[in-house]
Design a binder for this molecule. Sequence first.
Ligand SMILES: CCc1c(F)c(F)c(S(N)(=O)=O)c(F)c1F
Ligand SMILES: [Zn+2]
Length: 263
Amino acid sequence: MTGHQWGYGEDDGPSAWSKDYPIAEGPRQSPINIVPDEAVYDANLPPISLNYDNCTSINISNNGHSVVVEFDDADDRSVIQGGPLNNAYRLKQFHFHWGGKGCHGSEHTVSGKTYTSELHLVHWNAARYGSFGEAVAASDGLAVLGVFLEIGDEHRGLHKITDALYMVKFKGTVADFRDFNPKCLLPRSLGYWTYPGSLTTPPLYESVTWIVLAEPIEVSEKQMGKFRTLLFSGEEEEVRKRMENNFRPPQPLNGRAVRSNFQ
Ligand SMILES: CCc1c(F)c(F)c(S(N)(=O)=O)c(F)c1F
Ligand SMILES: [Zn+2]
């Protein structure tokens, strides 16, 4: 596996990543299995505060690993703060991880329970670093908000995304995607677990403060089916590989404390 050519298949998947990215076996890797009974309720953990009202989505793209919606992060117009964070972190992008048919597909698990998908809202510490590229490798550089998706009723906010997926079927495709506010993808409760972790894809930097919401959102099987029409492969590639099961399994906790802001 030459550098930067990683995937989720038999030969280039999570069990092979450590060859090119030795940090894969580091002390604070993600995702993890969250065991609520072993989480430490921390009464001093403030609620998280999301200010997405002036957020500016720019485009939606297929990077060969997931579907990504990017935001204008030139100023503090859309930030997450509070919770375990010492300052405001700027929204850079969000993307998803999902399974094939059935109910696996999330990266974090809760007492071993998997969800059908997991949304990651990626933010970077603009108070301390000059760019996302600089922050991505710093121990307090990123804050990722994780939201579980489970099969149920259709999600009205997700429609705008699933209706745009046909434009980014192939790896390397990008399309305009304006005026999307991801606030509509959040559950009612912002109760969360938080722990120090990493990117769940190469380069697997140990730079993420994870904030995983306990309440899932509901999406329909039909909506999930649209994610599976995406391809890992580029338009010119002979073999078409459906984009699914793009999740890393849980990694060793190595004694890390998982804290919750709820009992
Ligand atoms: C380098 C860009 C990037 C990702 F590709 C990614 F998958 C994640 S993840 N799954 O940990 O949320 C990030 F946080 C992230 F910043
Ligand atoms: Zn992710």
